[in-house]
Design a protein. Structure first.
Length: 149
């Protein structure tokens, strides 16, 4: 019996909540993803039975509906139908066929992202790690290096 199936679409951009504040990802799992553990079935099997990564929530039919909602979010943002570019966070409950009223909000007061918006590499956070100084170079011999363009 299907007890629940819910999906949400929202656009994360300036003036709207970031994905972390929306609860769309766990920053504690970022390194796990980088290491490729989420693609390792033995890692997933070793997690506790009630761990969110074992929920097996990726159901194709529901994913298609969520993709449609995400596409409509993008269209609203770019076309601004009737001057309304922000449809808010849209949440749909399959069981009961209920679409909740759109939610509008901002990041939590302790969120770091609003303060670093548009700072790029100058934000002070090494999101993907410190870049090796030899990256982007190619060496024909050990003693020579040329920059790849």
């Amino acid at each position: 019996m299907l007890a629940a199936a819910d999906w949400k679409a929202q656009t994360a951009t300036v003036g709207r909540p970031c994905l972390q504040c929306l609860g769309q990802y766990d920053p504690g799992l970022v390194q796990t993803e980088r290491e490729g553990r989420l693609d390792d079935p033995s890692y997933i099997e070793g997690l506790p039975k009630d761990h969110p990564l074992r929920a097996r929530e990726n159901v194709f039919g529901f994913s298609m509906s969520c993709a449609s909602m995400q596409f409509l979010q993008m269209l609203a943002l770019t076309l601004a139908p009737l001057g309304q570019p922000n449809p808010g966070a849209q949440l749909y409950h399959f069981v009961g066929n209920i679409t909740e009223e759109p939610a509008y909000g901002k990041c939590h007061s302790e969120c770091q992202f609003p303060q670093i918006t548009a700072l790029g590499d100058s934000c002070g956070i090494e999101a993907t790690g410190v870049r090796n100084k030899t990256e982007g170079t190619h060496s024909e011999d050990e003693g020579t290096a040329e920059t790849l363009v």
